[in-house]
Design a protein around this ligand. Structure first.
Ligand SMILES: C[S@@+](CC[C@H](N)C(=O)[O-])C[C@H]1O[C@@H](n2cnc3c(N)ncnc32)[C@H](O)[C@@H]1O
Length: 209
């Protein structure tokens, strides 16, 4: 539907959200590159995953909001490897790898020199607006992110991944329960209510590798 000039209703709603979204304003005021930064802060306030993490992998890191939070909240000598298809402006303490995350497993483990305490994935595929298709696409991505994490996490480590609800997330959580002590879903307040976005948080990796 077209209203007011050439803008569609969905693009007007998007513009309205950009202008009125309190988290976008807060991100601008506090110097974060994305409103997504607040989602990781909320998860960390609840689960305390970053303060002792010396080796961290950030999958789907651009433009760098989560990497900023990881750099701020991790120990001073922590190493952070951030991967994205897109490049972003450098962040102190963060080493960037540009391309598909699946190509960087050995480069990242070489860089970190040991297995990771924390693997986070805020990756999202480009959405097409068809809920079930978008759900299946992000579940595939989250499962691949977990395959990556499975090979790169140390015992006791933690994994966070973004998903869109739609049915398949329950079997994903069940699968993770075989490998972690605790698995739960987390919806940050900063994640838009109308969005099906939710995070799966898995702690206490206990698979021998
Ligand atoms: C929601 S954004 C991440 C926002 C980021 N966490 C932040 O706080 O600024 C999702 C990102 O996932 C990345 N992405 C999607 N598929 C990917 C893949 N196969 N490999 C690496 N990055 C990917 C996209 O390029 C995009 O930048």
């Amino acid at each position: 539907m077209k209203i007011k000039g050439n803008r569609s209703l969905s693009s007007r709603l998007w513009l309205d959200r950009q202008v009125n979204d309190p988290y976008i304003k807060l991100a601008q005021r506090e110097g974060y590159r994305s409103r997504a930064a607040f989602k990781l802060m909320e998860a960390d306030d609840k689960y305390h995953l970053i303060e002792n993490a010396k080796c961290i992998i950030d999958l789907g890191a651009a433009p760098g909001g989560w990497s900023q939070v990881l750099a701020q909240r991790s120990p001073a000598d922590a190493k952070i490897a951030a991967i994205d298809l897109l490049p972003f402006h450098p962040i102190e303490k963060v080493r960037q790898f540009c391309g598909d995350f699946e190509n960087f497993q050995s480069a990242v483990t070489d860089y970190l020199e040991q297995k990771a305490d924390l693997v986070v994935s805020d990756m999202a595929p480009s959405t097409i607006g068809h809920a079930q298709t978008d759900h299946l696409r992000i579940m595939n991505l989250a499962e691949s992110a977990y395959s990556f994490a499975e090979n790169t996490l140390k015992t006791g480590g933690a994994f966070i991944a973004k998903i869109f609800q739609g049915g398949k997330e329950k079997s994903f959580a069940e699968m993770l329960k075989n490998d972690f002590q605790k698995v739960c879903f987390f919806k940050p307040k900063s994640s838009r209510n109308l969005s099906s976005e939710i995070y799966i948080v898995a702690t206490g990796f206990q698979k021998c590798n």
